[in-house]
Design a protein around this ligand. Sequence first.
Ligand code: PMP
Length: 305
Amino acid sequence: MDAAKYIWMNGEFKPWHDAQTHVLSHTLHYGNGVIEGTKAYKTKDGYAIFRLNDHTTRLKESAKMTLMDIPYTVEEMNEAQLELLRRNEFTGDNVYIRPFAFLGYGIMGVYHKNAPVETVMAAWEWGAYLGEEGLKSGIKLKIASMTRPANTSNMGKAKATANYLNSQMAKYEAIDCGYDEALLLDDQGYVAEASGASFFMVKNGQIITPPNDNSLVSITQKTVIEIAQDMGYEVIHRRISREEVYIADEAFLTGTAAEITPVRIVDARTIGKGSRGEITEKIQSTYFDIVFGRNEKYKHYLTYI
Ligand code: PMP
């Protein structure tokens, strides 16, 4: 990864390599931590963070779900992220921001109430998550052999580090089999989400995306629904089965890091023409206009640093 200059840790800016923790930190052993993935783009008026308040609010809510008390308000964490971008003096087109909270050193054993909560905001320049070529030509998606854990035994709506063991296993399997990304079904066999992004498909002009029954409540998914409806498309939030994915006219993934990534193959079936679909392309170009500050109507989603 590309190191930056500073990381905000527990209220202070530290040089990148000095933001450290003890090897006996609680989260390293028992996996309770919460993360965000937020992105800033270089607009003609400088860097602007996309939907900053929504991301920071989700971090606070994830922490509430996993019983961690982050000792900073959403406003304080928003300000820390803005100042982080100013101090790091980035130059690239976009910057990925990783706010997170974890349990630090001092307590062992599963019961975590007395473990100290450490709060961190880091940022660095990061290229396209699923590759530049993926954004243009589409990626190959494999339905993972593992499903998302059932709602009776996990909290998929928390952006909790523990949930990413499931994502990691699925992603590793997909890449090992020659694909680019994994699509996970829920425990009932319906599409849940990709390992780090949400799923959309197009059939007969309708745009369909799964409800968030067993997935993160994605900020990009909400944005894409709004964009598509504004363009006059009908967007349906409903369960999707595996077979429907195979015969979709178009498919794409959405996420802060994945942005709008077309899907060209799922499990050896070619989707549509096997390239970026027409509706996908329209949504993708509108999304980039929005995040780069070129669309007045959505300017309220940008916080300039
Ligand atoms: N699902 C998972 C599992 C993710 O990790 C992400 C990325 N944060 C998403 C969906 C997309 O969420 P968002 O649009 O809020 O980035």
